[in-house]
Design a protein around this ligand. Structure first.
Ligand code: B12
Ligand code: SF4
Ligand code: SF4
Length: 390
């Protein structure tokens, strides 16, 4: 144990006495690897310039309707408010790279969402690590677990700890493992020796800015969430802005374009080799087609999609997204299902179904009948637009 860099654990940091022997940095690195993490680094809690950048980002309205980002602003910019005794972060990363995720017959899903919900499996790994640290003498209850479970700027903490470099896509990239990294962290009362900043940088590359289908990367390092497909297909409730539907292309849930075009993309697990069980595609992704999703019932949705990240989009959101993708694929064989969708109880499904039929063409009679019966003004607008363009 390298005691030189250790101070005694803070008095009152946890619920038990603080006289335990703290685990060494080497031991923590070993345990993190045993838990299944690909990277572990130690860093400060202080966010440096990231806190101001976050506040400016919020002030510019870039968070859209993610009001929790505003509500928890004070905690997010100062991690000590949620972990007063914390002194260092144990920053963790998991490489989820792999082949593109395609549904049968068309439709794409962001790679991070194809297996089990990462909040669960990475959360379990991180909590296991916390338990081991407590077993090794860190006061019980003094360590907070991140994994998108508490208000934290996870990328900022990861960059500060040297997990990877901050990329122009706003992501954290490791020079050897690439951009397909999920982040997690422990806020600990330990004085851990901080790791140096990561090597690597984007250099003069701008591939992600050029390729983003919606122009959501409005400047290097700056994403306007309101334009990002990961926001419109997952976080946004209700109608997707009309101008963002065609650029959605085949993306049913999330988007990997800024990661796929990156020159660092074909590294780590993305380059091949064995894959952990947590990344095996879930039943929903394996078995459903876009029409199957458009017509999915509540019971099937819960049975086949709970425990996956896609569940967050809600049944209504996934059906809406499926309608948009069917419209973008312009496959006439989807028209009967989309015509049935015009009579759906969910206005979002009716409205996006109408838009999709407008893209495919035909279906005039179904659109005209639906227009006569439609109670919602915005859906009537979609039906009229579809009749005008179809
Ligand atoms: C809200 C959110 C989103 C939103 C907004 C994204 C965004 N860029 O802000 C939406 C829904 C659009 C989204 C999309 C995605 N997300 Co997301 N998301 C989050 C969440 C919950 C908060 C992010 C946040 O605070 N954004 C606010 C902005 C300002 O911060 P930021 O994105 O971290 O950007 C940093 C840089 O911009 C930097 N910066 C920029 N300029 C400057 C200048 C200076 C001087 C400084 C100092 C810093 C700086 O400051 C910011 C903070 O450090 C985090 C989890 C968490 N709790 O942190 C996951 C998280 C960021 N998402 C993640 C992922 C995987 C994605 C997607 C790839 C998913 C997908 N395939 O569909 C896309 C990527 C889109 C993109 N290019 O960013 C991972 C990123 C992992 C990584 N290696 O970077 C995270 C960390 C989740 C996790 N635990 O792994 N996400
Ligand atoms: S996830 Fe897609 S839409 Fe969002 S910033 Fe990246 S490329 Fe653009
Ligand atoms: S595509 Fe280019 S600019 Fe974008 S994150 Fe990768 S290296 Fe950086």
């Amino acid at each position: 144990m390298s005691a030189a860099c250790w101070s005694r654990l803070e008095s009152g940091a946890g619920d038990t006495d603080d006289s335990g022997v703290a685990p060494s940095p080497e031991r923590i690195r070993e345990l993190a690897a045993e838990a299944g993490f690909d990277l572990v680094r130690f860093g400060p809690l202080d966010l440096g310039g990231h806190a101001d950048h976050y506040l400016a980002w919020l002030a510019a309205g870039r968070a859209g309707a993610m009001e929790y980002m505003v509500r928890h602003r004070d905690k997010i910019v100062d991690p000590r408010t949620i972990a007063p005794a914390a002194r260092s972060t144990v920053s963790l990363a998991f490489d989820y790279g792999g082949p593109p995720v395609r549904l049968q017959g068309g439709g794409r899903v962001a790679r991070y969402a194809a297996g089990r919900d990462y909040h669960r499996f990475l959360g379990n790994k991180t909590r296991w690590l916390r338990k081991e640290l407590e077993r090794d003498g860190v006061p019980w209850g003094s360590v907070r677990v991140g994994t998108d479970a508490i208000p934290l700027l996870e990328r900022a903490l990861a960059v500060r700890a040297g997990i990877g470099f901050l990329a122009k896509s706003a992501g954290v990239i490791h020079p050897r493992l690439g951009p397909f990294l999920l982040l997690s962290e422990l806020l600990t009362p330990l004085d851990l020796p901080h790791d140096p900043p990561s090597a690597g940088s984007c250099g003069t590359c701008t591939a992600c800015l050029d390729a983003c289908p919606t122009g959501a990367i409005v400047a290097p390092f700056e994403v306007d969430a309101r334009r990002c497909l990961s926001y419109t297909t997952i976080e946004l409730r209700g109608p997707i802005p009309t101008e963002l539907r065609a650029p959605q292309g085949e993306w049913l849930f999330g988007c990997d374009v800024c990661l796929e075009v990156c020159p660092f993309a074909h590294r780590g697990r993305a380059a091949g080799g064995p894959r952990p069980a947590d990344l095996a595609w879930n039943r929903g992704v394996r078995e459903y087609s876009l029409v199957g999703i458009l017509e999915i019932g509540e019971e099937e949705f819960e049975r086949d999609w709970s425990g996956t990240a896609l569940h967050r989009a809600t049944r209504s959101g996934l059906r809406r997204n499926a309608a948009v993708v069917l419209g973008n694929l312009r496959d006439p064989s989807a028209a009967p299902a989309l015509e049935r969708a015009l009579g759906d109880p969910d206005p979002s499904v009716r409205g996006h179904g109408a838009w999709a039929l407008g893209r495919i063409g035909g279906s005039r009679t179904a659109l005209e009948i639906a227009l006569r019966n439609e109670p919602e003004a915005w859906v009537r607008g979609e039906l009229e637009a579809a009749l005008a363009t179809g």
